[in-house]
Ligand binder design. Structure first.
Ligand code: ASP
Length: 433
């Protein structure tokens, strides 16, 4: 019998999760799902997080130390950052265009707005608290935060990925600068460990279909709770806003990235899509680019044919700093909330949104819900009450799932572009599926 592909297995897992979730909310099985099914999803996410830091550290050191000279390193670094920034700014521009044309805020009935604001005021307070630390920060705080004062502290929390990346850079660059004969064993060591970690990723992926089923079932029960009709009502009221965000995200996946890929590389977009589809599905199920990173790296390297050097350099950085989907969500949400709260947005306000949404998407952690927290900053910058978050909290999870797909696709696009420009794209269509 032909072996079933990872896509098919994860797809079946998702479907199973939906079936279990829906049965639970309609036949009173919520407790059962939360007690006996959801934990398998939590275990899956924990395993992915467990491997994320070792993977970033080792693969970056391995990737950078493979570079033959520091000038190549800075060239690739420059291209990567430039492309990340350009795609994010273009994404936000598209989002503002959609938000201004559709103007979803104007569709919200007054009574509903007040009701939602009251209902979710508490949730919004929690997010505001979390974000207030970020908001109080000084302008160069982002730079200060990237440099760790203690490596082991940075390694011990999944929230300090940029610090780990910084150290890996330093270590890798120093390795390139060293006498190659002396550091040869160290290089070999990291190559070996890298290999082992990739095998751990393979093991975790075997468990992915079960993990995904459990995650989706748990999510459906969490969102719908005991009042499926009420949840539906809420979703309908915010439908236009949600659809605007979805339109922006879908546009990125089906128009923006395909145009980039077909214009600047020799890969057919169909092949690109097929190669990274499993990573997109995982992004959708976990809502976390960090958790998806191991699979993104594997697919981009093995199925798209991007060199190991470029993959291990571009993708870990992208997972944390390049979030086109998040920035689209932030821009549309900011306009939606502002209009719903009666603000007239000037051109200056819109420009401010471009800048703050770029910065906050860079600053957002690659975990579920991070974008929503950072939205407080965007709202604050245009003088809108952050309690407005309350309006969109209920819809955040499904949108988070979709924007994470865009975040991951954006990273893979830039990796392919950088590899192609460096002559390091060895794409073979037969490796795609
Ligand atoms: N969940 C997103 C990610 O991990 C971040 C966000 O927008 O909340 O890429």
């Amino acid at each position: 019998m032909k072996k079933m592909s990872l896509v098919a297995k994860i797809g079946i897992g998702m479907l199973l999760g939906v079936v279990i979730g829906v049965i639970a909310i309609f036949f009173g099985g919520n407790e059962f799902v939360l007690d006996w099914i959801k934990p398998f999803g939590t275990i899956f996410v924990s395993m992915l997080k467990l491997i994320a830091i070792p993977l970033i550290l080792v693969s970056l050191i391995d990737g950078i130390s493979n570079m033959t000279d520091t000038s190549k390193l800075s060239r690739i670094g420059g291209k990567t950052l430039g492309l990340y920034l350009t795609t994010t700014v273009l994404a936000i521009t598209l989002a503002l265009l959609i938000a201004n044309v559709v103007n979803p805020g104007s569709y919200l009935p007054d009574e509903k707005r007040i009701e939602l604001k009251e209902k979710f005021a508490k949730d919004a307070m929690v997010k505001q608290d979390k974000a207030s630390n970020v908001k109080k920060a000084r302008p160069l705080q982002v730079m200060e935060d990237i440099v760790p004062s203690n490596l082991f502290k940075a390694l011990s929390t999944n929230g300090k990925m940029l610090q780990v990346i910084f150290f890996a850079f330093l270590f890798g660059i120093a390795m390139v600068m060293s006498d190659q004969e002396v550091v040869a064993p160290v290089k070999k060591f990291f190559k070996g460990v890298n290999n082992i970690i990739l095998n751990i990723v393979d093991i975790i992926m075997k468990y992915a279909p079960i993990g995904v089923a459990a995650l989706i079932a748990g999510l459906i029960v969490d969102v719908a709770g005991d009042d499926p009709a009420g949840a539906l009502d809420l979703f309908t009221a915010l439908g236009i806003y949600g659809l605007s965000v979805v339109f922006g995200l879908v546009f990125m996946i089906f128009v923006f990235y395909p145009v980039i890929i077909t214009s600047f590389t020799k890969i057919k977009y169909r092949d690109f899509f097929k190669a990274i589809f499993p990573a997109q599905m995982l992004a959708f199920s976990t809502s976390s680019s960090a958790a998806t990173l191991p699979l993104t790296m594997e697919r981009v390297e093995h199925n798209l044919g991007v060199s190991e050097e470029v993959t291990s350099f571009v993708l870990p950085m992208g997972a944390t700093v390049n979030m086109d989907g998040t920035s689209i969500h932030q821009a549309i949400s900011a306009v939606f909330i502002a209009v719903a709260f009666g603000h007239d947005l000037t051109l200056m306000d819109q420009l401010t949104i471009v800048i703050t949404a770029t910065l906050s998407s860079i600053g957002a952690a690659a975990v579920p819900g991070a974008g929503l927290i950072m939205l407080v900053i965007v709202l604050g910058s245009i003088g809108v009450d952050p309690a407005g978050l309350a309006l969109i909290i209920a819809l955040d999870r499904p949108l988070d799932m979709l924007r994470t797909v865009v975040n991951v696709t954006g990273d893979a696009t830039v990796a392919t572009l950088v590899a192609s420009s460096e002559g390091e794209l060895n794409h073979k269509p037969e490796n795609v599926s």
